[in-house]
Design a protein around this ligand. Sequence first.
Ligand code: ARG
Length: 396
Amino acid sequence: MTSPAVPSPTPSPRTAAPGAYDGAVADRDEAAEFLRQYHAEHPDQPVPLVRRLDQVRAAIDDAGTYRLTRDELVFGARVAWRNSRRCIGRLYWNSLRVLDRREATSPEEIHRQLCAHLHQATNGGRLRPVISVFAPDIPGRPGPRLWNEQLIRYAGHRRGDGTVLGDPRNADLTEAVRRLGWQGSGGPEGPFDVLPLVIETADDKPQLFELPRDLVLEVPLTHPEFPAIAELGLRWHAVPAISTMRLRIGGIDHPLAPFNGWYMGTEIGARNLVDKDRYDLLPTVAACLGLDTGSERTLWRDRALVELNIAVLHSFHAAGVRISDHHTESRRFLAHIAREKRQGRSVPADWSWIVPPVSGGITPVFHRYYDDADQRPNFYAAEPDPRRGAGGCPRV
Ligand code: ARG
């Protein structure tokens, strides 16, 4: 069920400024390697590679860091997606919309830009892949951070008997936001209460911000043949926007760089609503469908799982919200590999994440192996932060 964590890049002591090691010092070698790659893939640059390399080396010697140009940032963010070994949806990496938000510093401004991100990404249901890149870590000044692992997350309310109402994955975060003063989403606690954002900057304490309700597009789940499924009152949000992974480009870390694509149905219908440590709904769905759960031999779990996945795809489609199925995404991924090969590139991929959690063997991605190298630029799991619970869990 789980996969190994992504290894963090090892800081190179050679790059440290005199005095104590500062994790925010840009890695010189990585910077040079990135610039070479950028110029190789985009040869017609106003500033020739040798000049740019000199500039960047001088800036790192002087200040411990350098500033990526806007075009370098756009390229770096797109290639970080291209290099994401766990992502099956990389065919469209080159059309990622990159929002340069490095100038946003106050929590209020960051909140405003996160809302703008959701608005552009949601696009009335015709979801667009978007990334917003906020200020990097630089020597003496860490960039902003978000405690929420995605922009939209459902609360997990711990109850006296040890059970959790809502998403148990977010139970620690829910307690953390309550400690910061969150009173709940208004009305009684429910299984799908959208959590507020917790934004932390170098100058301010962590601050809570509600997401305006009309920015959070959600889809109520119904089934094309079994009306009883609708009565379960299940729903899921339209936009998956990962917000705790660090974006590393050219030796510079951006700790807040939320990015989204669109859902593949199984993420919701075979994991979020189904994993034992998430909503754990297979027994409920099976009861609703009247399945015989007396023996594993009836494959009631599998039948409930397929019907739940049908409900997810059907409901998103009916609501006009972009989603894709695992058969289509698997074929697209192989098309991506073929296209990259024509460009002379290999596609790093982690088999255990690429193969869908249902019907693996009937998707073409199952029947082969992949190169699995850590190529940069890339996204890396955040370091755990005890204040917000586990933090940085790799299982996104
Ligand atoms: N699996 C995560 C979730 O269910 C989202 C990860 C990113 N997924 C995506 N389709 N871009 O919320």
